[in-house]
Design a protein around this ligand. Structure first.
Ligand code: 15L
Length: 277
């Protein structure tokens, strides 16, 4: 570990009341006693000993108050699916800017940013991609995640902030369908990646894929492995379940071609053959 005192330092976790926050809070609590949860609303089942500070990401003064005195921030807050432009603009564009800027002003050393596979969702499933590919967002949401990655690069290069962007696939106890066999990540594996972002001494700016050890992976996550990532989740262990669930879903001539699935087919007006590189 780079900093033996890190666990007791203030680490602010935005979006703590959301789906991912709810899954990983119990795993983070014993690792980081200094963790401070943040969201617009108080998380359900807040445990004794869990600290919480309310903050609306669209309000710079609330974000500044939340990150004051923080050593690190895990930024998982914002809108977690595609939505109307104003929703994405407020929560994920303005909110993300407010977070990075407040973090800079507060002297925050590290940010782990919850990016998404939807920043690169228009890559075809047939292609294996590394983390240095040009972004190909599949939605306004995907664009907002690419924006967050770009902000992270700016604050790293210009201000020396240590930033790790996790292009998260789909977090949960098991893959939900055939697409998720390629992009699933278990909660403990996601926590491993967060720990790398918070603790690894050699990081300046990184983009890593948030995926478990999936045989059907579309992503080359060798950089994460270089940094010590050893995922234990294997999507193939759940193939029968994923295929059974897939059988309940009809074919999607657009979404089935691209990594982003239904995020690609939603509002699609192009010809599939033209969209495919
Ligand atoms: C995401 O980025 C979303 O936050 C999540 O709700 C899922 O849709 C996931 O991607 C996915 O692609 O399965």
């Amino acid at each position: 570990m780079a900093d033996a005192n890190l666990p007791s330092k203030r680490i602010v976790f935005t979006g703590a009341a959301g789906g991912i926050g709810t899954m990983i809070r119990p795993l983070l609590a014993p690792l980081y006693p200094g963790l401070v949860l943040s969201d617009r609303v108080t998380p359900k089942n807040l445990q004794p000993g869990e600290k919480f500070v309310a903050a609306d990401l669209t309000k710079p003064e609330e974000v500044a108050a939340a990150v004051k005195g923080a050593h690190s921030v895990m930024h998982f807050g914002g809108f977690s699916a595609d939505g109307p432009w104003d929703t994405i603009l407020q929560a994920n564009i303005i909110g993300c800017y407010n977070l990075f800027e407040a973090a800079r002003q507060a002297g925050v050393k590290r940010v782990v940013f919850a990016s998404s596979n939807h920043a690169v969702g228009f890559y075809p499933r047939k292609r294996k991609i590394a983390t240095d590919v040009t972004v190909r967002p599949d939605s306004r949401y995907g664009v907002s995640k690419a924006f967050g990655e770009a902000l992270g690069a700016l604050y790293s290069d210009k201000h020396g902030m240590v930033v790790t962007c996790l292009r998260i696939g789909n977090v949960g106890p098991r893959p939900l369908d055939v697409r998720r066999l390629s992009i699933w990540i278990s909660p403990p594996d996601l926590v491993q990646l967060i720990r790398i972002g918070l603790e690894h001494p050699d990081i300046r700016f990184e983009v890593l894929y948030g995926a478990s050890d999936n045989a059907a992976a579309w992503w080359d996550n060798s950089r994460a492995h270089q940094l010590g990532y050893r995922p234990t989740g294997k999507a193939e262990d759940f193939r029968a379940h994923a295929e059974a669930e897939q059988a309940k879903i009809g074919p999607d001539p657009v979404g089935d071609v691209f990594q982003g699935g239904t995020f690609c087919s939603a509002e699609f007006t192009n010809d599939v053959t033209r969209a495919r590189p």
